[in-house]
Design a protein around this ligand. Structure first.
Ligand code: GLY
Length: 557
């Protein structure tokens, strides 16, 4: 009773209230306290810890998790998709590895337009939805840059798991139910992810993926060439030909990862490294925080604080829709992260009323190279000093729903992250402009926001999130609560989340937000929509010299 009164008071006063979630086992620290890892799946995190026991460091652990998630969490990520990797290595280098999918060479601007209208079915399910995957090459690069073990050492534990069998997690079981009808359309997919009667597996059923185990073993033996020039590329190209897809063996052979300049910004006395285009994440996380720092958030009430966050997000997402795309193809104004530009936006935001006609702004196109402001200081962290943030995806649940026969690999539907047509929304309701139009070999715009935080040139936090465009708002909120309000990550992560992406102009809030605060937001003019369990964040903080990993509590059913 006392606790309830306290929580209510915290909600009404200019403080915080948060939901209680069950404690998770998805975040682990090695026995000697030297390496920490957090993921959405405890089996994947355990594999990472086993890799550490065999002499691996945080880089090895992160890569082992990436391969293991392809087995136990196949609806979200895997080698059929892409990823962005931000890593701060023990030698002080910060590297941003772009392993985003590329459109095949035969892709073209109107490939999803039928009878004058974008057909979302084509960009989301089946052959045309698939971009050339980048995760294998990106993870391999990361291994070479910072791993202690061999590439095979970090793949084979996942191969073994796929072979011997693993439990279908409640989360995966839930996603199997929601996509069963589409999975049924692809026999190689149904053979793995549906039972003999073509129905979803119950949670905790033990299943195997023998084809994926074989693919992983071949990758371990032959390296990325197996994927990009060998059997994997051949099998995929053959399947594409039979199914009216565009991806060819040449597309695989021509796939390239890119090393990008991270977005570097300052907030609350910390230096943030974020991921640049083709992600919109780094730019807009920095932009939203820049806007918010124009307000004294410590003097606002809960509803005012959420309102300001929502308004800042609204303006940032308006800019995203207009300006953002693959910077190899279009000029993305780096001054979107400029503090003066943020101030201009902040002046348009009122404390008591939502702006209902936000439009993209006109950042100064000529402010040079904000992205180049990155630290060159070498940190001598305790432990080893490797800080890794990987956000990896096959896009929406089970991606294109296609498993290429004989490979066990679920292929992405990342082509849907392009803007198929002006005004046409993608699966996340995001609209885009020419900047994100489809073109051969272009990379679709992303919201993935792997982020590493430094204090006095020393890494102190690594974080990121999953959940489409809510990735940006989750990362913003986690940074705001930990850096500005000094909350421990395990408290920050439990705060009721909000998300506003300009189009549609709705304010999504978690039902854990107190009703009185929600009502106050409605009174300010927001159209509030409830959205339970918004996204999945993972955070590792350095506190008093100790690594504290925090996994998303909302993942637990
Ligand atoms: N596919 C989701 C994203 O990259 O933002």
């Amino acid at each position: 009773m006392k606790k309830t009164i306290l929580v209510l008071l915290l909600c009404v006063l200019p403080l915080f209230c948060y939901a209680e979630y069950p404690v998770t086992g998805h975040a682990q620290v090695s026995g000697d306290g030297k390496v920490a890892a957090a993921s959405v799946n405890p089996d994947a995190t355990t594999i990472a810890m086993n890799v550490v026991k065999r002499g691996g460091n945080a880089v090895d652990a992160a890569i082992a998790i990436a391969f293991a998630l392809g087995v136990v969490d196949p609806h979200n990520s895997g080698i059929g998709g892409g990823c962005f990797i931000l890593v701060r290595l023990a030698d002080g280098r910060v590297i941003a590895i772009d392993g985003r999918e590329m459109a095949p060479a035969a892709a073209h601007r109107d490939m999803f337009v039928q009878d004058g209208k974008a057909n979302p079915e084509l960009s989301r399910t089946g052959a045309l939805a698939i971009g050339v995957p980048g995760s294998v090459l990106a993870l391999h690069k990361l291994q070479r840059e910072g791993g202690k073990l061999n590439f095979s050492d970090v793949i084979l534990p996942a191969a073994e798991l796929a072979e011997k069998g693993f439990a279908v997690s409640p989360l995966v079981a839930d996603r199997m139910v929601s996509t069963a009808k589409e999975l049924q359309k692809f026999p190689a997919t149904a053979a793995i992810y549906l039972d003999k009667s073509q129905q979803p597996f119950a949670a905790n059923t033990i299943i195997t993926n023998q084809d994926l185990a074989h693919t992983y073993r071949e990758l371990a033996r032959l390296g990325p060439d197996y994927f990009y020039r060998g059997d994997f590329a051949r099998k995929t190209a053959e399947w594409m030909k039979k199914n009216n897809g565009l991806v060819t063996r040449d597309d695989f052979a021509n796939y390239q990862i890119k090393l990008r300049e991270p977005i570097v910004s300052q907030f609350a006395g910390y230096t943030l490294y974020g991921f640049p285009p083709p992600s919109s994440g780094g730019i807009h996380v920095a932009q939203i925080l820049n806007i918010l720092e124009n307000f004294d958030l410590h003097k606002t009430t809960s509803s005012e604080r959420y309102h300001l966050m929502a308004e800042a997000m609204k303006f940032a997402f308006a800019d995203r829709a207009h300006w953002l795309g693959d910077s190899d193809f279009v000029k993305v104004p780096l001054s979107l992260t400029d503090k003066t530009y943020a101030k201009k936006i902040a002046r348009q935001i009122q404390l008591d009323k939502a702006v209902n006609n936000a439009v993209h702004g006109d950042p100064d196109l000529d402010i040079p190279h904000l992205m180049n402001k990155h630290t060159t200081h070498i940190a001598a962290a305790d432990l080893e000093g490797n800080w890794v943030a990987i956000t990896s995806t096959i896009n929406t649940t089970f991606g294109s729903k296609v498993v290429i026969p004989g490979t066990g690999v679920v292929m992405n539907n990342q082509m849907d992250d392009f803007s198929a047509q002006a005004g046409a929304a993608n699966a996340f309701g995001l609209v885009g402009s020419d900047a994100n139009a489809i073109a051969a070999k272009k990379r679709p715009l992303s919201s993935m926001s792997p982020t590493i935080v430094f204090k006095d040139n020393q890494p102190v936090m690594t974080l990121g999130a999953a959940g489409g465009p809510t990735i940006i708002s989750q990362v913003v909120q986690n940074l705001l609560y930990t850096l500005e309000f000094n909350m421990p990550a395990e408290i920050a992560i439990k705060q009721p989340r909000i998300h506003e992406q300009w189009s549609p102009d709705l304010l999504f809030v978690e039902p854990t937000m107190h009703e009185q605060v929600r009502n106050a937001l409605v009174q300010k003019g927001h159209e509030v929509k409830l959205w339970p369990n918004m996204g999945f964040s993972q955070i590792i903080q350095l506190r008093d010299g100790k690594l504290v990993p925090v996994a998303e509590p909302r993942v637990i059913k």
